[in-house]
Design a binder for this molecule. Structure first.
Ligand SMILES: Cc1ncc(COP(=O)(O)O)c(C=O)c1O
Length: 356
């Protein structure tokens, strides 16, 4: 039991041997030069954005199609999230909308691979290079996804992942940053530990930072799960295939497929709801025990959240349309076939009888 072994070695405040070993193997799995383990996906974004040079007054392009955790670290750094729309046909960033929102203060874009689905990395790279932006990916849900041969989290300057329970690679709480950039890695590492161990050429505590270290028992758990990542990915793919197969006859529900050049981790099985009042249908499913993004977690376009909706900008309609019509079922690796069959039976019955 790796967690028990970690406990037996504690306390050892001077070392983080398990977190360091986890980081070495993470970098190997993602094929990056560096990995920095932290205590949440939010902290991964916070550290990566600071390390990428984001400072007060900067503007950061963030898809409205995301959870609040993508935008919160931007605000905590004193920068402004500028919400950009998504294309309802592909779920990718609407780059025409994003281009229209670039100003002299725009420094970075944070593409979000929601539900594990990844946008076109070539379009992202072209946009970022045209506007001189850093790319910090929110790949919190996208471990194991790739597109056109590029793994989610490795398409830009840094990739940020969450290991909160429910993620395919999980440790209860946790996260990490992957990057090929030595300076960015050193700065993210310094940030997660109150800048006590500064990058070369800087003084300890030169910047105000945070404690976002990954605790050793969680690093041991994460490391053990990393070793079985191929099995965890295969399980999620099999669960998703099983559920979608069982839903084949459900009224008004059409599976949403990945792009042809995308290897999707199947984080959340996705269906387009072609029923009256689709969002109310997803809410109803949550109430009868089928967890899903909008019904259970009340996912709404981030630009319409009360703390962000004060501006004069028109709402991001593509993101709103996607969230109105998409049923994203929440799975964990504990969901067995009997449980998935119960979900399928409940959804099939609800869709047959739904009148809005
Ligand atoms: C898309 C996305 N971004 C960021 C986060 C934040 O991760 P954490 O909850 O580990 O802070 C999550 C986690 O739920 C997420 O799904």
């Amino acid at each position: 039991m790796p967690v028990l072994a970690a406990l037996a070695d504690m306390p050892d405040p001077a070392r983080a041997a398990r977190a360091e070993a986890f980081e070495r193997d993470l970098a190997g799995v993602f094929g990056t030069r560096y990995a920095v383990a932290v205590n949440s996906g939010t902290a991964a974004l916070h550290a990566a954005l600071f390390a990428a040079g984001i400072r007060p007054g900067d503007e950061i392009l963030v898809p409205a199609l995301t959870v609040v955790m993508t935008a919160a670290p931007v605000v905590q750094l004193g920068a402004t999230p500028v919400f950009v729309d998504s294309d309802p046909a592909t779920f990718d960033v609407d780059y025409a909308d994003a281009a229209a929102k670039v100003t002299a203060r725009t420094r970075a874009i944070v593409p979000v691979h929601l539900w594990g689905r990844m946008g076109d990395p070539a379009a992202l790279a072209a946009f970022a290079s045209r506007h001189g932006l850093a790319v910090v990916e929110d790949a919190a849900q996208a471990g194991g996804t790739s597109r056109a041969g590029t793994a989610a989290g490795t398409a830009g300057s840094a990739g940020c992942f969450s290991m909160k329970d429910g993620k395919i690679l999980w440790s209860g709480e946790g996260g990490f940053v992957v990057t090929d950039d030595a300076d960015l890695a050193a700065r993210a590492r310094a940030f997660r530990g109150h800048w006590l161990t500064p990058p070369p050429g800087e003084r300890p505590q030169q910047h105000l930072a945070v404690n976002a270290r990954l605790a050793e028992p969680l690093a041991a758990l994460a490391h053990a799960n990393l070793h079985r990542l191929p099995a965890l990915l295969e399980r999620r793919r099999a669960q998703s295939t099983h559920l979608l197969h069982a839903l084949a006859g459900a009224r008004g529900l059409t599976p949403i497929r990945s792009a042809t050049d995308e290897t999707w981790n199947h984080y959340s099985p996705l269906l387009s709801i072609g029923l009256p009042r689709p969002r109310a249908f997803a809410d109803h499913l949550a109430r009868i025990g089928v967890p899903n993004s909008t019904g259970t977690f009340h996912l709404i376009p981030c630009d319409t959240r009360p703390m962000f909706s004060g501006g004069a900008r028109p709402p991001c309609r593509g993101a709103a349309q996607i969230l109105e019509r998409t049923l994203a079922i929440v799975l964990t690796d504990r969901d067995d076939e009997a449980g998935l069959d119960r979900y399928a039976a409940a959804i099939t019955h609800a869709s047959a009888t739904w009148s809005g």
